[in-house]
Design a protein. Structure first.
Lengths: 423, 382, 472
């Protein structure tokens, strides 16, 4: 008897719902809540740009920087698109620096037809699988921070980046260590992610080519207790330690190593570039070097206004990669604008946007002039070597720029493509 | 008569456990160290850096032993919480790892709030740390009592599976609750313990040469402090359990609950106090662990929790000295595995496998000697 | 025949049982209309959209539950359910592949929940390392269905052609079952608590091994995962073209996996039902209730326990392989303790020992995680961008810290669910009769106790014949 009562209730409810539904079909204004989300009659639709970066967890500082940079760009540069009759919105996603979350988010956001581009990710290990989903749906991704070569070496239309690559970055680090710092022995550690392991391997390869000796190559996911590793390092006594990874792990390692009496010079890739590193490790990182593809915004001439605007809006200095995110978003906005015009004022298809992004030529960004080559890399990218001068997080912006290089990526060969899993 | 009794009680409760502890430490270090040396001699070959395996082992052995010992003490202290609750309730308190983690967070918040300058005199720093430890103990103890009340007591008569699942639920809830709280208060759920150079300095113990190899033994000041604190707590707990009325009541409830109730022991209250004690210990350990590691996050309790449970089982669950022994042995084994596994296997199996070590030990012990090294001390099921 | 059937139908309608049919149909239609209305272009702009959409989808899937409980004939129930699963859902899914994704994922978890239910619910062995078998199945295909095997073994024949997928599925089932037996052997003598911890340890061991097996031979590529993983062949594509249906590859694959998963779930349900009512199932019940007594009655403990592990593991292995093919990329992060507990929560939520319960638990939890929590986060974000302020406390939502977004608090939800379920309703949402009685008896609660249905009436009591004392 109980069931029939439930069923009666359900039937009544469903009939009511079915009765209400058609009546409520026309305008969304009848739906509850969000005031500003209601489109005005003159608007032809909404265009959304998504960002995917870690907004929580150990790397949130960098991830937030990417989101903020994109947000600022949209606010400042959406004018032309709005004039064409489309509203522009930002949809941030948190990929938690985990590939699974990134892919799950990707599967969700490709189903929103308003999203025409993705700015992200921070971690190559997340970007690579997520971009497989983007490729299936022709959704273009422009990365401000992914440096692993496989991002673009797979030769997809939808993957692009505005920064440099690890095969060049690792080599730059190795050459700097061997030629300028004059070290002959190094111990290489990586964090077992595609990014960290990738850049560590490139460093090792170049260092050995130059004649240096790599005393150890260890991968670790350890975040807390590096005792065994430090003991192994002390036993072989290297002159330099290269840590291919990100600051939240490296910081703990550097601190514990110095405490145990390790005297080697520390060197790392762009994952080190964050004031959080100084916060975690303090004085342990004074005097260390790192390479990066995204210098502090103070280095770029066109970025002065960006720094002021960022500070005014978000209340703090721009983090690394926020300027790159700004440029990436600007490129996307311009491409969308061109695609709308080509589509005769209608909402463009994702493929059209992707093609326009790839066709970007001589774009004046705040980080420099960007032209994409046939696989989405900038034809010439800047690489920097920076020295840490102070253990105080607030002084991170005062780090000394030691060297600047502008280099081309290596040409795309079938071997490179195959190494990334594409036949 | 009375004087002699209390004197012997003091001797029993304080001195004997300490002697036991030293004996355990010495034996385990000797045994495991010799095995490693033997293996190094048997499989001697050159490793990276131009030295041989034997040289590598000899150079680093004492340091690795000390490192392993420190971790072992920490595991021992966490294991105590597990073993006490299991002894009394025959129930694995899954959430104990999280109680340990909460202690670490309470400690860090207090220390950051105290804001002791890093150049302050040693006494001030020590006072700050002691305060943090005390706060951790109180906080975690109370938390443990609350958990018992809310999540375990209503399920006391239920089949085994039910409170166990509830404990897992509490564990998960605490992890994210702390994360949410930290996120709300500080917009980040990683916290860094303040660092004091005076505690971080290395105190050289000895430097000698063995067969031409330079061997250096040094210990960090804060590690010394940790060892001292853990010794204090271990003996303190031993004293409470073996030499006080409360301890006797706990042992009675552990041995035979219905009879203890008939003898006038307030079983509910004793169980609550057991949780309080175990939780307090876990909390103190949390603060010490945080000081040692420096950077804490809400998920740090999971793996040490399982390892500490392994330690408790290794020593004999329900047995307090067993928990200490198990912790030390496990810590030393793990330290050695972490340092030497990579070199011994030529890079085939790296340091990450040290975690598996603990798990394999757990499986092996439960397969072949479930009562542990020192034998179980649990009563019949209530 | 047909005449008789028609007469029967008319009689049924006259009886008024058709009101249930109308009710059920009405519910389905209403759910469909709701989904359709929500699918309109303008709706996405509304802040509440993700949440309502999730609830609508849940309601739509709930129609299956309604059908399950409706007092209709079995044939009718089957017809309706198949119509929903095989026709309606795919049509909705073609328009929005995310729905198919959720449904497929829910299906994968449902089959695994049924598998774990066999171990935990039928045999009473609390297995906290269930994800290990999932990982074994997934990596088996990932290694051989991708260039990884070439890297590991130095050969050149891999990846295998897509046609190998189905033979490999059977292999995965076998290998997973074998792993189940291997994992079960050491834990045979352990009690509940110890069993749980040891299986947990095993789960972690498998995870660490998979995470580190990039040396000495690179079998699993460590934390970087394996990519790309071969997908099963689209053998039906030419048939679809003949029918005039042209869909792009991603949609086709989404549908493909959806139907594949449905097939496996169907098989799993059938298998579990058969086992439940066989002597194996009864042996498991005996072991669950009292091991010693069961052993005394002659039940071979070792074989039965191993059989439970093996059966449960085989479901997970099959699903693992399908998961790997679907995801196209796997890494060790998908196989953590969280996953094991997730499946456990599904089983507990649904009801230990209850097969429909496992499915309900799996669907509910998947929708919760994939849609509701994420939807809440997106809703929060939309409101935040719109500058909405919570009225009473005047708290602008733009100040809501990113750290506190609901999508990240899966663990919290799991934890609360577990504790609440244990305290309030340990028998689950759709309790299995025997479990409910056991739990009620053990925990001394009256509400769970129920009279046994009439079919198990005891024979009438015959008074004992009087025994006259023997006089010699």
């Amino acid at each position: 008897m109980k069931f029939s009562r439930i069923l009666m209730a359900l039937t009544v409810f469903s009939l009511l719902l079915a009765a209400c539904a058609p009546a409520a079909t026309p305008t969304p204004t009848q739906a509850p809540a969000a005031p500003a989300a209601t489109p005005t009659p003159a608007v032809k639709g909404t265009i959304k740009i998504a960002t995917q970066s870690p907004l929580s967890g150990g790397q949130a500082a960098l991830g937030e920087g990417i989101k903020n940079g994109a947000q600022l760009a949209i606010e400042q540069l959406k004018g032309p698109i709005e004039a064409l009759g489309f509203k522009v919105e930002l949809v941030p996603f948190d990929d938690q620096a985990k590939p699974d979350v990134g892919v799950a988010n990707a599967k969700q956001l490709v189903n929103d037809p308003d999203i025409l581009a993705v700015i992200g990710h921070l971690n190559s290990g997340v970007a690579i699988p997520a971009s497989e989903t983007y490729k299936d749906y022709d959704l273009v991704m422009v990365s401000p921070a992914n440096t692993n070569p496989c991002i673009t070496d797979r030769g997809y239309l939808v993957t692009n980046r505005v920064c440099g690559r690890d095969d060049v970055q690792g080599a730059v680090a190795a050459e700097f260590a061997f030629n300028e710092l004059k070290v002959k022995t190094a111990f290489v550690i990586h964090d077992k992610t595609p990014y960290g392991q990738g850049v560590a391997e490139f460093f090792k390869k170049r260092f050995e080519e130059l004649g240096g000796q790599v005393l150890g190559f260890e991968g670790t996911e350890e975040k807390a207790n590096f005792d065994p590793l430090i003991t192994a390092i002390q036993a072989v006594n290297p002159e330099l330690i290269f840590f291919g990874g990100i600051y939240d792990q490296a910081g703990v390692f550097f601190k514990q190593a110095r405490e145990k009496g390790v005297k080697a010079i520390f060197l790392g890739p762009d994952g080190m570039d964050s004031s959080e590193l100084a916060k975690i490790a303090g004085d342990a990182v004074v005097g260390m070097y790192y390479t990066t593809v995204a210098a502090p915004p103070t280095v770029y001439e066109g970025a002065k206004k960006f720094i002021e605007d960022y500070k005014a809006k978000f209340g703090r200095d721009p983090e690394p990669f926020s300027a790159q995110a700004y440029d990436a978003t600007a490129i996307v906005l311009k491409a969308i604008e061109a695609a709308i015009q080509e589509a005769g004022g209608q909402k463009p298809s994702r493929r059209a946007v992707a093609e326009k992004v790839r066709a970007t030529k001589d774009f004046q960004g705040i980080t420099g002039v960007i032209t994409f080559d046939e696989r989405g890399d900038p034809v010439k990218a800047k690489y920097f070597v920076i020295k840490v001068v102070s253990g105080k997080p607030e002084d991170w912006g005062k780090n000394e720029l030691v060297k600047t290089l502008e280099l081309e990526p290596p040409p795309l060969t079938p071997e490179l493509k195959a190494a990334c899993g594409v036949k | 008569m009375r004087g002699k009794l209390s004197e012997s009680l003091l001797y029993q409760a304080l001195v004997v456990p300490l002697i036991q502890l030293f004996v355990f430490v010495a034996i385990s270090l000797l045994v495991i160290g010799s095995i490693i040396l033997l293996l190094a001699v048997l499989f001697n070959r050159p490793v990276a850096g131009g030295i041989t395996l034997l040289q590598f082992v000899v150079r680093t052995l004492p340091q690795v032993a000390i490192d392993g010992l420190v971790i072992g003490f920490l595991y021992a202290m966490i294991a105590l919480g597990y073993t006490m609750v299991y002894g009394v309730l025959q129930f694995i308190n899954f959430a104990h790892g999280e109680i340990f983690m909460v202690g670490a967070f309470i400690g860090v918040e207090l220390m950051l709030a105290l804001a002791i300058p890093s150049t302050a005199p040693l006494m001030l720093i020590m006072a700050g740390i002691l305060l943090a430890v005390a706060a951790g103990m109180v906080g975690s103890g109370l938390l443990a009592v609350a958990i018992e009340r809310i999540a375990y007591r209503p399920l006391r008569g239920a089949p085994r599976l039910v409170p166990l699942i509830s404990a897992i639920g509490v564990s998960f809830f605490l992890q994210d609750a702390v994360r949410a709280l930290e996120g709300l208060l500080n917009n980040a759920f990683y916290r860094n313990y303040p660092s004091f150079p005076i505690l971080n300095q290395q105190i050289p113990i000895a430097a000698f040469t063995v067969a031409g190899e330079p061997v250096q033994m040094q210990i960090q000041a804060k590690v010394l402090f940790i060892i001292f604190a853990s010794l204090l707590m271990l003996t303190g707990l031993n004293f409470v359990v073996n030499a006080t009325r409360l301890g006797r009541a706990i042992r009675a409830v552990a041995q035979d609950r219905p009879t203890a109730a008939l003898m006038g022991v307030n079983v509910d209250r004793i169980i609550m106090l057991t949780f309080l004690l175990g939780g307090a210990l876990g909390g103190a350990t949390g603060v010490l662990y945080g000081i040692r590691i420096g950077r804490i996050d809400p998920y740090l309790g999971f793996i040490p929790g399982i390892k500490a449970f392994t330690a408790a089982v290794l020593g004999g669950i329900g047995n307090i000295t067993g928990a200490m022994l198990g912790g030390i042995v496990l810590g030393v084994l793990e330290g050695f595995a972490g340092a030497y596994l990579s070199q011994f296997t030529g890079g085939a199996f790296g340091t990450e496998y040290k975690d598996i070590f603990a798990f394999m030990i757990l499986i092996l012990i439960l397969m072949f000697r479930p009562t542990g090294l020192l034998g179980e001390q649990v009563g019949q099921k209530a | 025949m047909i005449r008789a059937k028609a007469v029967e139908w008319i009689a049924q309608i006259r009886n008024g049982r058709s009101v249930y049919l109308i009710g059920v149909l009405g519910y389905i239609v209403a759910a469909l209309l709701l989904m359709n209305w929500l699918g309109q272009p303008g709706m996405r702009a509304v802040a509440w959209y993700p949440l309502i959409f999730a609830l609508a989808f849940a309601a739509f899937l709930g129609s299956l539950l309604v059908i399950y409980y409706a007092p209709l004939s079995v044939a009718l129930k089957a017809l309706l359910s198949l119509a929903i699963l095989l026709v309606l859902l795919p049509i909705l899914g073609v328009r929005n592949t995310f729905l198919l994704e959720i449904a497929t994922q829910a299906g994968i978890f449902a089959a695994m929940a049924i598998g774990l239910n066999i171990v935990v619910g039928f045999a009473g062995l609390l297995d906290l390392g269930y994800v290990a078998f999932y990982a074994v199945g997934a990596y088996l295909w990932a290694i051989f269905g991708s260039p990884q095997a070439n890297i590991a073994f130095g050969t050149n024949r891999f990846p295998l052609e897509p046609e190998w997928f189905f033979p490999f599925l059977f292999l995965a089932v076998g290998v997973a079952a074998l792993t189940g037996i291997l994992l079960g052997l050491p834990v045979l003598r352990l009690r509940g608590d110890y069993l749980a911890i040891v299986t947990l340890a095993f789960g972690e061991v498998i995870r660490v091994i998979v995470n580190n097996l990039d040396k000495p031979i690179n079998l699993t590529n460590g934390p970087q995962g394996i990519r790309p993983v071969q997908r099963p062949p689209l053998f039906f594509k030419p048939w679809l073209h003949a029918l005039g249906i042209r869909l792009d590859d991603p949609t086709l694959y989404a549908l493909y996996f959806y139907f594949l998963v449905l097939l496996v779930i169907g098989f799993a349900i059938w298998m579990a039902r058969r086992l439940e009512n066989s002597w194996v199932g009864r042996a498991w019940t005996a072991i669950r209730e009292d091991e010693l007594a069961a052993q005394a009655m002659g039940i071979p403990l070792v074989r039965m326990k191993l059989a439970a592990f093996a059966t449960g593991a085989s479901f997970a292995g099959a699903m693992g392989m399908i998961f790997a093919a679907k995801q196209y990329f796997i890494n060790p992060e998908s196989f953590t303790f969280m996953e094991s507990i997730g499946i456990l929560v599904m089983v507990i939520l649904g009801g230990m020992g209850s097969i429909p319960g496992s499915i309900v638990g799996a669907v509910l939890l998947t929708i919760l995680n994939l849609q509701i929590l994420k939807g809440l986060s997106q809703m929060l974000n939309a409101l935040r961008q719109a500058g909405v302020v919570i009225p009473l406390i005047n708290f602008p939502l733009s100040q809501w810290p990113t750290q506190l977004e609901p999508a990240k608090y899966e663990r919290l939800v799991f934890g609360i669910l577990l504790v609440l379920m244990m305290i309030l309703r340990p028998q689950g949402l759709i309790p299995e009769r025997r479990h409910r009685l056991e739990l009620a008896e053990a925990m001394g609660r009256e509400e769970g106790l129920e009279r046994l249905p009439a079919e198990e009436e005891l024979p009438p009591v015959v008074p004992a014949p009087e025994v006259k004392p023997a006089r010699d």
